[in-house]
Design a protein around this ligand. Structure first.
Ligand code: FPP
Length: 248
């Protein structure tokens, strides 16, 4: 494993978030239906989850279904829901063995009942695991998440449970779906596009962003290790100067 040697175990990002883009285009290039791309994409999910766990990443967030993805043709939406369900059913034993904890962010009430049931069961069964937290963004949208937080905060103010000067960054963070998770250190987008697409808008403020042309079905262990190696070469200044950080 040549690439793995390039990884500094002391600088592993605690939270990696991934926009898994390019499944449809990858399949179309091969003259196959879009769903075939999603299906092969599940294999990339399996490899990346395994690799992240081995490296000691604490949280891996995968953008599996956005709030906008409901607008896709019914056959694709149903296909994605089916893949998600079968992934959960087939991975539960591996999750328990590798101590993976499953959580979700997003409007999961909108998911079909059968998918919700499997999700809830998997979340409950893995709740005490202390390895990688696998966070699936499902029916997730960053703006909707912020609107939801603002509504909750406004309701507390109206009820006189909160004063205006108590509203600060950490209060807002605590009203997001990700309240219990650290902010992402590294955000990866595959598939050649360079945008955030409504993903973790608040949380990604200081994340290192890594764009790659590799389509998600081809983004495997080596590609993930390359992204981590690139992250480790970058200098994160959080608005300070290099000199303040003691590195320049
Ligand atoms: C974007 O590719 C990808 C998605 C909308 C879904 C990603 C889902 C999976 C990889 C499978 C199910 C997930 C799990 C966690 C088991 P796209 O179709 O928008 O690609 P395109 O830009 O080429 O059209």
């Amino acid at each position: 494993m040549v690439e793995q040697k390039l990884i500094d175990p002391a600088l592993i990002p605690a939270h990696v978030a991934i926009i898994m883009d390019g499944n449809g285009r990858w399949a179309q290039q091969k003259k196959r239906p879009r769903l075939y791309g999603h299906k092969v994409g599940v294999e990339s999910v399996q490899e990346v989850v395994e690799c992240a766990g081995e490296l000691g990443v604490k949280v891996l967030t995968l953008y599996a279904f956005s709030s906008e993805n409901w607008k896709r043709p019914g056959v694709e939406v149903n296909g994605l829901m089916g893949l998600l369900k079968s992934y959960l059913l087939s991975e539960i034993s591996k999750m328990l063995k590798n101590r993976i904890r499953l959580v979700t962010i997003g409007d999961t009430e909108k998911l079909p009942q059968d998918v919700r049931e499997v999700l809830e069961k998997t979340i409950a069964e893995t709740a005490d695991n202390d390895g990688l937290t696998l966070n699936l963004a499902l029916s997730y949208g960053g703006r909707l998440e912020i609107v939801r937080a603002v509504r909750e905060i406004a309701a507390e103010v109206l009820a006189d449970d909160l004063s205006l000067d108590e509203i600060n960054e950490s209060l807002i963070s605590n009203h997001l779906f990700t309240a219990a998770l650290p902010e992402p250190d590294l955000l990866i987008r595959t598939g050649g596009e360079a945008r955030l697409s409504n993903f973790l808008l608040w949380q990604a403020s200081y994340a290192e962003i890594y764009f790659t042309d590799t389509m998600w079905p081809e983004f495997r262990r080596q590609s993930f290790l390359q992204a981590i190696a690139e992250y480790q070469r970058r200098e994160r200044r959080f608005g300070r100067t290099s000199a303040q950080l003691g590195s320049g």
